[in-house]
Ligand binder design. Structure first.
Ligand SMILES: *[C@@H]1O[C@H](CO)[C@@H](O)[C@H](O)[C@H]1NC(C)=O
Ligand SMILES: *[C@@H]1O[C@H](CO)[C@@H](O)[C@H](O)[C@H]1NC(C)=O
Ligand SMILES: *[C@@H]1O[C@H](CO)[C@@H](O)[C@H](O)[C@H]1NC(C)=O
Ligand SMILES: *[C@@H]1O[C@H](CO)[C@@H](O)[C@H](O)[C@H]1NC(C)=O
Ligand SMILES: *[C@@H]1O[C@H](CO)[C@@H](O)[C@H](O)[C@H]1NC(C)=O
Ligand SMILES: *[C@@H]1O[C@H](CO)[C@@H](O)[C@H](O)[C@H]1NC(C)=O
Ligand SMILES: *[C@@H]1O[C@H](CO)[C@@H](O)[C@H](O)[C@H]1NC(C)=O
Ligand SMILES: *[C@@H]1O[C@H](CO)[C@@H](O)[C@H](O)[C@H]1NC(C)=O
Ligand SMILES: *[C@@H]1O[C@H](CO)[C@@H](O)[C@H](O)[C@H]1NC(C)=O
Ligand SMILES: *[C@@H]1O[C@H](CO)[C@@H](O)[C@H](O)[C@H]1NC(C)=O
Length: 456
């Protein structure tokens, strides 16, 4: 590029060519913008409505005419209406109205609701037993931010037809009895709602088909069940509760598990050796409990583990070598435990990880001839006996794990450029950008001046 070729003797054809390129670029941008909005015309009210399709005002007359167009089972239409659901649009039409998603089957003469999602409800929404009974064709029911009074159970035809139930920041509490009645569920999500139950077994004991279960931030107490009936569980998240006691070895009967999250509870004891039987596990978090003892050797047999979080516990013993041989590991957090000895990792292993945290282990150290202090691991270097030489450098509050990979002369790979420590690329790019911008501006001013000289 030649922003500096500011000689007044520039040949006119070159300038005209530049002008042409500039203009055609601007025109292209406009075209793109139009293409974008055009693709959204069908979904959002167009800023300039075409005369061919006038927008129907949401008057009650229009609502009635649309209502009669819907061939949803009249009982279910009534139920939706009694719940204050907007039926100004056909609940079986698509896209479904607003934030409240509905889906219907294609039965005739009347279609039936198979899925209903209520979001941002007003607090006076009335879920009457009659309305709920009318909805017993639902396979999927979800509540998102519906702060309505709790219900104690769902009528039995509805509770056994549901395959998926989700309740996020809704009701003021949920009863464990209501949940336990949903015995045909394959998917359960409860988040940010306190559950009244003496333990997880109340919820899960009758669910045999469950594949994915999230009961998180639900004030759930008791212990992790020793007996499971849902042997096909793929995903289990019981994080942010008050679960006590050990992680039972029998959790290994859940042999399809891919994701296990028991973080932020009050679990104690050691990790069971049977954990190594969970060979399909990808994500495991036991963070923020009071677990202790070593990392079990059997975990070396977990071939596809990619995310392991043991942070903020009292795990001890040495950090096992086999961890560096886990081919798919991407995220390793061993922060704030009581591990001791020399960490068995070299720089190429650490660099391969997207997240690596090991600070807050005061008896742990790194071998200076294998790892640079610039890695900022948050632990001390070892002396020749393999003991920490000095207290580890105080970690700053701003915890940027990504910066850990950004050391001398090597590119972070993990995108650590926004970090102050290794930021010599960032400012350079900025300076370059500003320089190019300024030269373009100068060129433009010069160019206009030049034009005015010629034509003015
Ligand atoms: C199209 O609309 C959807 C939702 O209405 C929005 O998320 C998306 O960003 C829009 N796309 C464009 C290109 O405007
Ligand atoms: C969704 O439905 C609830 C319950 O009928 C209603 O209070 C809320 O206004 C609806 N939200 C939207 C965006 O239509
Ligand atoms: C529902 O509430 C959330 C949070 O208050 C808000 O971000 C979202 O836009 C709301 N949705 C609708 C359709 O009003
Ligand atoms: C639900 O599960 C029960 C057994 O627990 C079964 O008899 C029933 O047919 C199932 N209901 C539906 C609607 O699939
Ligand atoms: C959480 O559970 C405890 C008993 O385990 C109970 O005392 C407390 O009121 C519950 N909190 C909420 C918000 O329900
Ligand atoms: C594992 O966690 C990552 C991010 O933390 C997520 O993208 C991925 O979907 C999770 N995998 C499973 C099987 O839960
Ligand atoms: C575990 O749950 C916590 C809290 O819900 C969440 O922040 C974290 O990302 C989850 N970890 C994994 C590995 O799924
Ligand atoms: C780990 O801690 C337990 C007590 O919690 C102790 O009995 C054991 O000896 C410790 N192991 C090591 C290797 O320090
Ligand atoms: C780093 O450690 C890994 C795993 O132990 C090993 O395969 C690799 O050869 C080591 N790389 C170097 C440069 O020592
Ligand atoms: C550090 O690594 C070097 C080279 O591999 C080795 O000779 C030395 O014994 C190690 N030191 C400690 C304390 O492990």
């Amino acid at each position: 590029m030649g922003p500096r070729q500011g000689s007044p003797q520039l040949p006119i054809p070159i300038l005209l060519l530049t002008l042409l390129i500039l203009f055609s670029g601007a025109a292209n941008e406009e075209d793109d913008e139009e293409a974008c909005t055009a693709s959204n015309h069908s979904h959002s009210p167009s800023p300039k409505p075409s005369p061919a399709s006038p927008i129907i005002p949401p008057s009650s007359a229009a609502a009635r005419s649309l209502l009669s167009m819907s061939n949803l089972d009249p009982k279910q239409l009534n139920a939706l209406q009694s719940m204050g659901f907007s039926v100004a649009l056909d609940p079986c039409g698509s896209p479904s109205p607003h934030d409240n998603a509905t889906a219907c089957d294609s039965a005739s003469p009347f279609r039936h609701l198979i899925s209903l999602r209520l979001s941002n409800c007003s607090s006076d929404l009335d879920l009457s037993p009659t309305a709920l009974r009318a909805l017993s064709t639902l396979r999927s029911l979800s509540f998102l931010r519906c702060p309505i009074p709790p219900i104690n159970r769902l009528p039995s035809p509805l509770s056994s037809s549901l395959r998926s139930f989700s309740c996020i920041s809704s009701f003021h509490r949920l009863s464990g009895v209501l949940l336990s009645g949903l015995h045909n569920l394959t998917e359960l999500i409860v988040r940010d709602v306190p559950i009244t139950a003496s333990g997880p077994f109340v919820i899960f004991s009758q669910m045999r088909r469950l594949r994915s279960a999230t009961v998180s931030n639900a004030n759930l107490s008791g212990q992790i069940p020793r007996h499971w009936h849902s042997l096909d569980l793929v995903q289990l998240d019981l994080s942010l509760n008050s679960l006590k006691g050990p992680v039972p070895g029998s959790i290994s009967v859940l042999e399809s598990l891919e994701s296990l999250n028991l973080s932020s509870n009050s679990l104690t004891g050691t990790l069971p050796v049977d954990i190594g039987d969970l060979i399909f596990l990808r994500n495991a978090s036991f963070a923020r409990n009071s677990l202790s003892g070593p990392i079990p050797e059997t975990m070396s047999a977990m071939p596809i583990l990619s995310h392991l979080d043991l942070s903020f516990n009292q795990f001890n013993g040495s950090v096992p070598v086999f961890i560096s041989e886990m081919k798919l590991l991407k995220h390793l957090n061993l922060e704030s435990n009581n591990f001791q000895g020399v960490i068995p990792f070299n720089a190429s292993f650490i660099k391969r990880l997207e997240v690596f945290k090991i600070g807050g282990n005061s008896n742990l150290c790194y071998n200076r001839s294998l790892l640079s202090s610039k890695l900022n691991l948050g632990i001390a270097a070892c002396d020749k006996y393999g003991l920490p030489v000095s207290p580890p450098p105080a970690k700053s509050d701003k915890d940027d794990s990504v910066s850990d990979y950004d050391y001398d002369g090597e590119d972070g790979g993990g995108g650590g450029e926004e970090n102050a420590g290794g930021g010599h690329h960032g400012p350079n790019k900025l300076v370059l950008g500003v320089a190019i911008g300024l030269s373009c501006l100068a060129f433009l001013v010069f160019f206009l001046f030049f034009l005015s000289k010629i034509f003015g």
